[in-house]
Design a protein around this ligand. Structure first.
Ligand SMILES: O=c1[nH]c(=O)n([C@H]2C[C@H](O)[C@@H](COP(=O)(O)O)O2)cc1CO
Ligand SMILES: [Zn+2]
Length: 161
């Protein structure tokens, strides 16, 4: 009898991998964000990525970072975390865990807290110095939402599609 495989991916690699895979759907030319919400018993509940709301054309709305508020992307893009929360139609997200490729902003932090998500596993924290992320951490701390950085394993996976 042969032994079981030993090079299978860990739960953390699996869920952060799914979050990264979701991010590949993003049309944002600068930052692609993916999120994956997981139950306490390691079942994937929902996924999301940053993009325009339904009905708003990727080709008609702006993707620029600069310019007047109505002419750049920030007024229009729905964040991956919010999309993942809104995509879940199964009931409660109480005590769930969110894997996300970028630390959640203050608006997403509010949605995460109100949805009952209790743990965030994030990868990149490139906006750590911004008021948005500082406010986010302040709220998450007050609300008792635990967050920790994903420990990269540097494992490379090639998937042929
Ligand atoms: O938490 C987040 N989640 C999320 O999906 N986003 C999205 C909104 C934008 O489409 C993009 C950020 O763009 P930029 O890095 O060019 O400012 O990432 C941005 C944040 C901010 O931390
Ligand atoms: Zn956000």
């Amino acid at each position: 009898m042969s032994d079981k495989r030993t090079d299978y991916i860990s739960w953390d690699e699996y869920f952060m991998g799914v979050a990264k895979m979701s991010a590949l759907r993003s049309k944002d030319p600068n930052t692609q964000v993916g999120a994956c919400i997981v139950s306490n018993d390691n079942k994937i509940l929902s996924m999301g990525y940053n993009g325009l709301p339904r009905g708003c054309s990727d080709d008609e709305f702006p993707w620029a970072r600069e310019g007047a508020p109505l002419d750049n992307k920030y007024m229009y893009t729905a964040h991956s975390e919010l999309n993942a929360i809104l995509n879940y139609r199964g009931g409660s997200l109480d005590n769930a865990k969110m894997y996300v490729t970028l630390f959640p902003c203050n608006e997403c932090a509010k949605a995460i807290i109100q949805a009952g998500i209790k743990t965030i596993v994030y990868d990149c924290d490139k906006y750590a110095d911004t008021a948005s992320v500082i406010a986010s951490k302040r709220m998450l701390n007050a609300a008792g939402v635990r967050y920790y950085q994903y420990q990269r394993t540097e494992r490379e996976i090639t998937i042929t599609l």
